[in-house]
Design a protein around this ligand. Structure first.
Ligand SMILES: C[S@@+](CC[C@H](N)C(=O)[O-])C[C@H]1O[C@@H](n2cnc3c(N)ncnc32)[C@H](O)[C@@H]1O
Ligand SMILES: C[S@@+](CC[C@H](N)C(=O)[O-])C[C@H]1O[C@@H](n2cnc3c(N)ncnc32)[C@H](O)[C@@H]1O
Ligand code: SF4
Length: 380
């Protein structure tokens, strides 16, 4: 069965500085052929002849390091391609340090209706320690500017379990978020990624990270306090007031297909997961329709596993009937035994039509996901 593709991700790989924890596709903006990149990106987008989209997400890197005219060029070129009446959610990621008045003005005049602000923490000392260049005051300033410009669907990213971070500091970050009265927050536990300053420090024994128990305490605190304040914990790391759950990110977790455009972007089209060339110069060298570096036709086994891993990340879980009609298989025959075991361990619960993770399951996510790996040959 095929479903219409309703989402697109557009990647801006430039940053004004490189954070110590980050391994996303990004490069220092200085000296980069930014205008040339934007034209190539627009051409790649046009090549897909996309007309209808429900969600569009411009991420990075840092889209807001573009100058106001550059951002204007990008936003209007993308908007000209699609039917804006159909577009429900249009997100742009922004960094508090570089959100100028001119950039906010361009955003306000465009079809963008959701801003994702990379705050990470409100603690000035900690911000420095993780390689960020903005301050707490700049966060408030950016949010005020955005609100004044008419944005109310604003989300922020926070990271917890940062080096030297205590429970008290996490509490303070969450309280500061709550006092801003925003409808959404993503809270990520720090992941130590290869090729980062933090991994280098860790290898030399120089990084003091909260241990696993502390990390679990922090997550439990976050879940409890945000649900007390009316946030729906709709995905492992995402919390939104009802109606503010991110439609774009739900596309990923629903295992639906999406266009991925730009250097280092991933996409999923016609059963193929692909990734574009990452380094900007490599990306620019390829013809508009040949930007992909890697394509994988997913086997039925992989499709089923992904359906489970992604679906279980959501509070709403995996709908058994949808699974069965998508794959033409009996869910119970394939996973019934595993699901019973995980329910007995308190990691999953079952409400007849759906399988969901419990809070404990969210905490121990990887143990749960592992149980859904299939053996070779188990499905054709
Ligand atoms: C790739 S960044 C792009 C957004 C923007 N450039 C910024 O930094 O605010 C998206 C988000 O991923 C999260 N992130 C990046 N690296 C991470 C890591 N190693 N562990 C946990 N979260 C991470 C951060 O919260 C960040 O805001
Ligand atoms: C970690 S999430 C943050 C989401 C945000 N908190 C929100 O609710 O909208 C976003 C990051 O994931 C990465 N990302 C998302 N979709 C992508 C795609 N299709 N290809 C490549 N990177 C992607 C980008 O680096 C982007 O900055
Ligand atoms: S976290 Fe954001 S600003 Fe920092 S390096 Fe990564 S993409 Fe750039």
């Amino acid at each position: 069965m095929s479903y219409p593709v309703e989402s697109a991700y557009v990647h801006i790989p430039f940053c004004s500085h490189i954070c110590y924890y980050c391994d996303f596709a990004k490069v220092l903006m200085q000296g980069q052929p930014v205008d040339e990149y934007l034209e190539a990106l627009i051409e790649e987008f046009r090549g897909y002849q996309i007309k209808r989209l429900k969600t569009l997400y411009i991420g990075g890197g840092t889209p807001t390091v573009l100058s106001a005219p550059q951002l204007e060029r990008l936003l209007s070129a993308l908007a000209a391609e699609i039917d804006l009446e159909e577009l429900e959610e249009f997100t742009v990621e922004a960094n508090p340090g570089d959100l100028s008045d001119e950039v906010v003005e361009v955003l306000a005049r465009s079809a963008v209706n959701r801003i994702s602000l990379g705050v990470q923490t409100f603690d000035n000392k900690l911000l420095k320690k993780i390689g960020r260049t903005h301050t707490e005051a700049q966060v408030y300033d950016s949010i005020e500017k955005l609100k004044k410009a008419g944005f109310e669907n604003i989300t922020i990213d926070l990271i917890y379990a940062l080096p030297g971070q205590t429970m008290e500091m996490v509490r303070s970050d969450v309280e500061k978020f709550l006092s801003l009265n925003l409808p959404h927050v993503a809270l990520y536990s720090l992941i130590l990624e290869d090729h980062t300053v933090f991994m280098n420090r860790q290898r030399r024994g120089l990084l003091r990270l909260p241990n696993e128990d502390k990390n679990a305490d922090m997550y439990e605190y976050i879940m409890a306090v945000l649900s007390e304040h009316g946030f729906n914990h709709y995905e492992v790391s995402n919390f939104g007031k009802p109606g503010y759950e991110s439609k774009h990110n739900l596309t990923y977790w629903n295992n639906a297909e999406y266009y991925g455009v730009g250097a280092g972007a991933s996409g999923y089209l016609e059963g193929i997961r692909y990734k574009n060339h990452g380094p900007v110069h490599h990306y620019l060298k390829q013809a508009p329709t040949k930007k992909r570096i890697h394509e994988e036709v997913l086997s039925k086994k992989s499709q089923i596993e992904e359906e489970m891993f992604l679906g279980l990340r959501k509070k709403s879980g995996v709908l058994v009937e949808k699974f069965e009609s998508k794959f033409g298989l009996s869910f119970n025959k394939l996973y019934g035994q595993k699901v019973s075991e995980l329910i007995n361990q308190g990691l999953l619960f079952d409400d007849k039509s759906c399988i969901h993770m419990t809070d404990k399951g969210f905490e121990l996510g990887n143990n749960v996901f592992e149980a859904f790996l299939l053996d070779e040959g188990q499905v054709d």
